[in-house]
Design a protein around this ligand. Structure first.
Ligand code: PLP
Length: 372
């Protein structure tokens, strides 16, 4: 089935006696035991599994063409579950512009537990030099945040397979409707479902999807169930509800993203536009190969440096000046000041999450904010 169809039906997993068309929110933390000690309802205790979470995990596994999914209470805890499932002393290769929250985890929580190299993964030749005896995992993030760099998932997967390494891919910027990393050889896909999957800026969540149910996946499931950083039934209900419109929302984000990138690319106050849909993007050909659309995230460099960039984000009226992304409303942010003093993000960079408003209104708002 196509993503539009799966998105609507794959979360309607369980049947209740009232024969609801849409699964209800099931708040029970505990489930009745049978006389023989079994659990014929399929659930025992809500941290381990519950009907709403199973529905969400089923929908995401189907959309990503994976074997199974694990849902978490945030994107950060989803990613952390992968790092927690590794043996202490393991070496991992991660992108140089990795999502800053994960970089921070690796540099603080896992500082004495894992060895990490942050590498430019857009160059495949660069990767093999970093593989060592204790390397176990390559983490890619594509498109990347905030520079929208594209990593060749199939290319990295060949290197991972030759060296017996796990390949994990943070696919948050693409969503399951634009990119399925498992089809290109990834073992684990990660999403912050706070972003496009939720799509309305009102629920925090994260998810991992596995290509196969192997020993490493069992460890991740154990971190989820025994660690307990799980989403509530209500969060899962909201996400299943959001997923039903994901494919159509992504069509809208892609159309608006492309139109805005083309407009800003010829704007006299803009120094550069980072958007994988532009033919001038250095990895445009790879993006075309592995993505069904280029999404609604773009970054621009503003002429006039940091001061002018701060002015623009304060002058917009329709765009909300806020961090995060993937919602129906457009957001804008001066990224360097969000990431803090040790950031490598250019000081004149503005990151835009293009929402689903009419493109003419978005362009008019940015034009008036950019006018000097
Ligand atoms: C937001 C985000 C995360 C972290 O997710 P949370 O839900 O905020 O914990 C991870 N990776 C990327 C690319 C993100 O944008």
């Amino acid at each position: 089935m196509k993503p539009e169809t799966l998105a609507i039906h794959a979360g309607n997993l369980y049947k209740v006696s009232t024969r609801d068309v849409t699964p209800p929110i099931n708040l029970s933390t505990t489930f009745l035991r049978d006389e023989d000690g079994g659990y014929s309802g399929g659930h025992m205790y809500s941290r381990v599994s519950n009907p709403n979470r199973s529905a969400l995990e089923n929908a995401l596994a189907e959309l990503e063409k994976g074997a199974e999914a694990c849902a978490f209470s945030s994107g950060n805890t989803a990613g952390m579950a992968v790092f927690q499932a590794l043996k202490p002393g393991s070496h991992i290769i991660a992108p140089d512009d990795m999502y800053w929250g994960f970089k921070k985890q690796l540099q603080t929580i896992f500082k004495d537990i894992l060895e990490i190299d942050f590498v430019d993964l857009t160059s495949l030749n660069n990767i093999e030099r970093f593989i060592k005896e204790n390397t176990v995992l390559i983490w890619v993030e594509t498109p990347s945040n905030p520079l929208l760099k594209i990593t060749d998932i199939a290319g990295v997967s060949r290197i991972a397979k030759e060296n017996n390494l796990i390949l994990a891919c943070d696919s948050t910027f693409a969503s399951p409707c634009l990119q399925n990393p498992i089809a290109f050889g990834a073992d684990i896909v990660m999403h912050s479902s706070t972003k496009y999957i939720g799509g309305h800026s009102d629920v925090l969540g994260g998810v991992l999807i596995t290509a196969k149910k192997d020993e490493f996946w069992e460890k991740i499931r154990n971190v989820q169930q025994v660690g307990g950083a799980v989403p509530s039934p209500f969060d899962c209900f909201l996400l299943v509800r959001s997923i039903k419109t994901l494919a159509y929302r992504m069509h809208g984000h892609c159309n608006n993203g492309m139109a805005l990138a083309l407009h800003l690319n010829k704007h006299p106050e803009i120094e550069a536009v980072y958007y994988p849909g532009l033919s001038t993007h250095p990895q445009h050909e790879i993006a075309k190969k592995q993505m069904a659309g280029f999404g609604g995230m773009l970054s621009v460099l503003i002429k006039g440096g940091s001061d002018q960039a701060r002015k623009v984000v304060n002058k917009v009226k329709l765009f909300a000046q806020a961090t995060s992304l993937g919602g129906v409303e457009s957001l804008i942010e001066h990224r360097a000041s969000v990431e803090g003093p040790d950031t490598k993000t250019p000081q004149n960079l503005i990151r835009i999450s293009v929402g689903l408003e009419h493109i003419d209104d978005l362009i008019a708002d940015l034009d008036q904010a950019l006018a000097r």
